[in-house]
Design a protein around this ligand. Structure first.
Ligand code: R5P
Length: 300
């Protein structure tokens, strides 16, 4: 079946790179907000038969940015799916490296919504054929998918980047218990027997305030602090400060989805990180590692 790729507004460069790797055409979109706040999106084609009967790959990450929040990105994704369905796409594949609401996978306080599952159910409703996400916060939510759903692991790519930056004598730090599994897997990409230090993080579920404690044994080590998301930078900055006080030589603050909200960049660098490293899941100044090839490999 012939394939075509639609680069959603949040993933225009990543979309083009994936299409190039696959050797297929890509189309972009045009979007706006109506005066009443509703989203509008149009796939940039003059002839709808371009979509009919094809396998359509829609690439749309959903991190918030200055131009749109994650609600808008999610809505745009639904609209693009709706649009290609109407135009007769034979197969619809969604690539959503950062899936909005993935962190709302648990109930912490009575009365909350487990909205991560609801997002998956909405995708089920739209009737897509395959879903690909990257280092999703809680991979278990993909079990809700009625179609094929894959969580792509970007850890090797990030580790290769850090090795190329000359890191030696590495210790991987998991900034909280939720990051242990990911950090253990991450460590294997740096070599055998790379130590993993797990920091203890407590977040006040009402105020969001963080308390953290961790190792004092990082003297002269190159420390890689690995998380799935940097949002406000509170987690990463606190872990960085502990690592710096523990005598770390270099500190790499690494996240697949570096949203860098509010003062995140400032907080992390001020706390003592040498470099912040993210992927092009989020198209910003720290996206130093491209996910294009690994995603294309899954789509081949
Ligand atoms: C939480 O469990 C996540 O893995 C991240 O640690 C969290 O989203 C980071 O948020 P922030 O940067 O606001 O501390």
């Amino acid at each position: 079946m012939e394939k075509i790729l639609i680069a959603g507004p949040a993933s225009q460069i990543l979309g083009i790179r994936i299409a190039e790797d696959l050797g297929i055409d890509s189309i972009n979109t045009e979007g706006k907000k109506f005066p009443d706040g509703e989203n509008y999106i149009r796939i940039n084609i003059e002839n709808e038969t371009l979509i009919a009967g094809k396998e359509v790959i829609i690439v749309q990450s959903m991190g918030p940015s200055a131009s749109a929040d994650q609600n808008a990105r999610l809505m745009e994704l639904f609209m693009m799916i709706d649009s290609v369905k109407r135009m007769g796409a034979e197969k619809i594949i969604v690539v959503a490296p950062y899936l909005a609401y993935a962190r709302q996978d648990k109930i912490f306080r009575p009365g909350e919504s487990q909205f991560a599952n609801a997002v998956i159910n909405m995708l089920n409703y739209f009737g897509i054929d395959e879903l690909y996400s990257v280092d999703i916060h809680a991979p278990i939510i993909l079990n809700e998918c009625t179609c094929k759903a894959i969580n792509i692991d970007s850890m090797k790519l990030l580790a290769d980047y850090i090795k190329a930056r000359g890191a030696t004598d590495i210790v991987v730090v998991a900034p909280d218990k939720g990051a242990i599994e990911r950090s253990n897997a991450f460590a294997t990409h740096f070599g055998e027997d790379i130590p993993v230090e797990v920091f203890e993080k407590k977040r006040d579920v009402k105020t969001g305030e963080i308390q953290m404690s961790g190792s004092s044994n990082l003297n002269e080590k190159d420390v890689v602090i690995a998380d799935d998301i940097i949002a406000t930078g509170g987690t990463m900055a606190t872990a960085t400060k502990i690592a710096r006080e523990s005598g770390a030589r270099k500190i790499f603050a690494v996240a697949t989805h570096a949203l860098l909200l509010q003062q995140a960049k400032y907080r992390i660098i001020k706390a003592g990180a040498d470099e912040i490293i993210g992927t092009d899941s989020i198209d910003n100044e720290v996206c130093k590692v491209s996910l294009a090839k690994i995603i294309a490999d899954y789509l081949k």
